[in-house]
Design a protein around this ligand. Structure first.
Ligand SMILES: *Cc1c(COP(=O)(O)O)cnc(C)c1O
Length: 411
């Protein structure tokens, strides 16, 4: 039997507890959507004021050199690399995750010219599939997407497969793939692997170099707390960097952009994957958030995330066992990422009723209530309070109101 007191004790013993004060969290809100848009770090406010007022306002164009705006994509890439197990010189930050999927998939297909199959999952986050579909159509060489069974990805691999493109942690049910085993399986049939770390970076330990990953992408605005529309990152393992051909061959990926030569020559290293001018303000916000996360021990983050997951499941069955909720995804905690989802036929209005009471999660079609568990600023008692509010909504039927059934553009 869990009580609010036992959870308050856990908070008192939590080594990550001091990080909560580093975020701006509104009163009356229990924020369970940091997996979709991380909250605002307090330090970001002042940093952005400085970048706007001093670096842009005073230093003007001199800032590209003076304040090293030009080095931002690589400097920040190396920092994010430390969070996902990539040694320096293999990551850059820029563009969106969708665009980075496109860039890396194009590069990978070019490295396997005899092969025509891209293996992914039907329940992958759709943009990854859409980008693959668009690229295949544009190439016009007969590339096809093959959907693997999530329980048996290796069964879909073979010597016709150019690329295995998977999201490490599924956005709906939090199922986590064994990155080391699947990378090895793909390599043993001659395929390359692109890992999408959208729901992994900043949420749990990742070891890109150790598992021998070829390529990876991920978001800046989810668990990394970089702010709305924060740029994404991409990773190209050292051993492939001389070989990757940038499909979006922009000037900042050129070997000598300020020579203004009319012919494209790719830069050495991962820098060639840069395209155009970086969003400096967004990058500055992301850098504050990544610096903050680098202060925390990722293994403590993972430990607390798993404990929060267990507490959430236990509280749902203890307090809300009779309301028709079903837990989705693996029951083995180690096979999960850092969010939890409940399926319910009335998922949409229930989530809107929660949000109206300050418990912010999100809804994923067709029937998923999704909650991000973010150890840096979430307390154990927050889960207790959130589940009590869920119980109240279900007991009173408060969710069954017309205003909660109107679908907004973003769910
Ligand atoms: C959130 C997410 C994206 C988002 O892509 P954007 O281009 O940043 O909008 C891509 N892939 C996965 C797996 C995601 O979860």
């Amino acid at each position: 039997m869990i009580t609010r007191e036992t959870l308050a004790q856990r908070d008192a013993d939590d080594p990550l507890a001091p990080f909560r004060a580093r975020f701006r969290l509104p009163d009356g809100v229990i924020y369970l959507d940091g997996n979709s848009l991380g909250p605002l770090p307090v330090a970001t406010i002042e940093r952005l004021q400085t970048v706007v007022a001093a670096e842009w306002g005073e230093d003007l164009i001199r800032s590209w050199n003076k304040n090293d705006w030009i080095g931002q994509p690589q400097r920040l890439g190396d920092k994010i690399g430390r969070l996902v197990g990539a040694a320096p010189g293999q990551m850059v930050v820029g563009d969106s995750t969708s665009i980075n999927v496109y860039k890396l998939l194009a590069a990978a297909l070019h490295m396997r010219p005899e092969r025509r199959v891209i293996v992914s999952q039907r329940d992958n986050f759709p943009t990854d599939l859409y980008m693959a579909q668009g690229l295949a159509a544009q190439l016009g060489q007969g590339h096809v997407l093959r959907y693997a069974d999530p329980n048996d990805v290796p069964a879909s691999l073979g010597d016709d497969v150019a690329v295995l493109m998977l999201t490490h942690v599924n956005y709906r049910d939090a199922r986590m793939h064994d990155m080391a085993a699947l990378t090895k399986a793909a390599h043993s049939c001659g395929a390359l692997v692109i890992w999408d770390l959208a729901h992994s970076a900043g949420a749990l330990p990742v070891a890109l170099d150790t598992v021998g990953a070829d390529f990876a992408v991920g978001c800046g605005y989810k668990f990394l707390n970089g702010g709305p529309g924060a740029p994404a990152f991409l990773y190209v393992a050292h051993r492939h960097q001389h070989e990757v051909r940038p499909v979006l061959s922009g000037w900042l990926g050129h070997a000598a952009p300020f020579d203004f030569d009319s012919d494209y020559v790719p830069a050495a290293g991962v820098k060639r994957m840069l395209c155009g001018t970086a969003p400096v303000l967004s990058m500055a916000a992301l850098e504050v958030a990544v610096d903050l996360m680098l202060e925390a021990d990722m293994s403590l983050i993972r430990d607390k995330s798993l404990h929060l997951t267990q507490v959430f499941f236990d509280l749902v069955s203890q307090e809300c066992g009779n309301f028709g909720f079903a837990v989705t995804g693996p029951r083995v905690l180690e096979d999960r990422g850092s969010q939890v989802s409940l399926s319910h036929t009335e998922g949409y209005p229930i989530m809107q009723a929660l949000i109206a009471r300050g418990v912010i999660g999100d809804f994923r079609a067709p029937d998923i209530l999704r909650f991000g568990l973010t150890p840096l600023y979430l307390r154990y008692v927050d889960l207790w309070d959130a589940i009590q509010i869920l119980k109240e909504i279900m007991t009173t039927g408060a969710w069954d109101a017309p205003e909660f059934k109107v679908r907004a553009a973003v769910t």
